[in-house]
Ligand binder design. Structure first.
Ligand code: ADP
Ligand code: F6P
Length: 319
């Protein structure tokens, strides 16, 4: 392939810029032309193509978000939308596409390949909800952002002897809550994969209080409930002073961690290597510290297994 394009789609994630940078610089390094497409699949339809050079990606490795911008695009899900996207790509002489996003975006990459346009997916989402890869781009940075918030909440909760509920993102996946709960020393971690009753939550808190704890942190995954609702429930059945914080989109921003820059760079290079060989319909991932690629549908079909052992460990060490 002589000319390829890269876009970011779905929710942004720290590390996407590192991946774009790697695609552009590695692609140019092996003699390809590289185009950026702004606003995800929408940009394919609206012809938002930008020629990239080595300097287009200068000074971005440390920046969160995505310089190419991102969007969700309903029209792209239609046959007409996909045909128009391919027509526009071909009009620019582009022969292969790299899509950085989550499983929805991967379906877009698959649709393009099925229509004869080789496309590769790079996992970019803070949720870490893709089973085929141990880590997605942005998860590590989001964990660090959440941890920073937990540390700060812990200071004030300890001073006032209160309980804090911290609601974190993740859609239906509890990984953000699990890892930040474990590493933030949470007394209780509530995730969609391991539902706890109100009685169990209260028992954990009272057991802690009986063991000498004077404050507490509950990390609640958004897929398992809302911080404000749980706060009301706890206020109604205990005499603890409970506060709630919904971290929201602050979790999606910020300078990517070393790990996310590393993942973004290696995912990007791996994706270009596939297109160099004319290979499409693959998603790039990391398993047991090794970068690899697999068929899109096979990868998406894998069911994410929640790490119950780690969850149980967090409960023991959080006592
Ligand atoms: P994510 O990639 O983070 O999972 P979404 O599920 O919102 O985010 O998907 C991002 C975009 O991918 C959608 O707005 C749409 O343009 C495209 N997309 C999602 N599902 C499909 C599909 N089944 N076929 C084609 N394109 C899709
Ligand atoms: O998929 C990433 C994510 O940040 C989820 O954790 C969250 O539920 C969702 O996107 C929020 O989406 P939006 O930015 O559209 O509010």
């Amino acid at each position: 392939m002589k000319k390829i394009a890269v876009l970011t789609s779905g929710g942004d994630a720290p590390g996407m810029n590192a991946a774009i940078r790697a695609v552009v610089r590695y692609g140019i390094g092996v003699g390809m032309e590289v185009m950026g497409v702004e606003r995800g699949f929408q940009g394919l339809l609206d012809d938002l193509f930008v020629p990239m050079n080595m300097r287009s990606v200068s000074d971005i490795i440390q920046r969160g978000g995505t310089i190419l911008k991102t969007a969700r695009c309903l029209e792209f899900k239609t046959e007409e939308g996909q045909k128009k996207a391919i027509k526009n790509l071909r009009a620019h002489g582009v022969e292969g596409l790299i899509v950085i996003g989550g499983d929805g975006s991967f379906m877009g990459a698959k649709a393009m390949t099925d229509r004869g346009f080789p496309s590769i997916g790079i996992p970019g989402t803070i949720d870490n909800d893709l089973a085929y890869t141990d880590y997605t781009l942005g998860f590590d940075t989001a964990c660090n952002t959440i941890l920073d918030a937990i540390n700060k909440l812990r200071d004030t909760m300890a001073s006032h002897e209160r309980v804090s509920i911290v609601e974190v993102m993740g859609r239906n996946c509890g990984d953000l809550a699990l890892y930040t709960g474990l590493c933030g020393g949470a007394e209780v971690i509530i995730v969609p994969e391991q539902k706890l009753t109100l009685e169990q939550i209260v028992k954990r808190l009272t057991d802690g209080a009986n063991a000498g704890k004077t404050s507490g942190i509950i990390v609640l995954a958004e897929g398992a409930g809302h911080a404000d609702e749980l706060k009301e429930q706890l206020r109604n059945c205990t005499d603890m002073v409970v506060k709630s914080t919904r971290l929201g989109h602050v979790q999606r921003g910020g300078s990517p961690s070393c790990r996310d820059r590393y993942l973004g760079t290696c995912f990007g290079v791996h994706a270009v290597k596939l297109l160099e060989k004319g290979i499409g319909n693959r998603i790039v991932g990391i398993k047991n510290h090794k970068f690899y690629d697999m068929d899109i549908i096979e990868g998406i079909a894998q069911k994410k297994e929640f790490d119950v052992e780690l969850y149980n460990t967090a409960a023991i060490v959080g006592k």
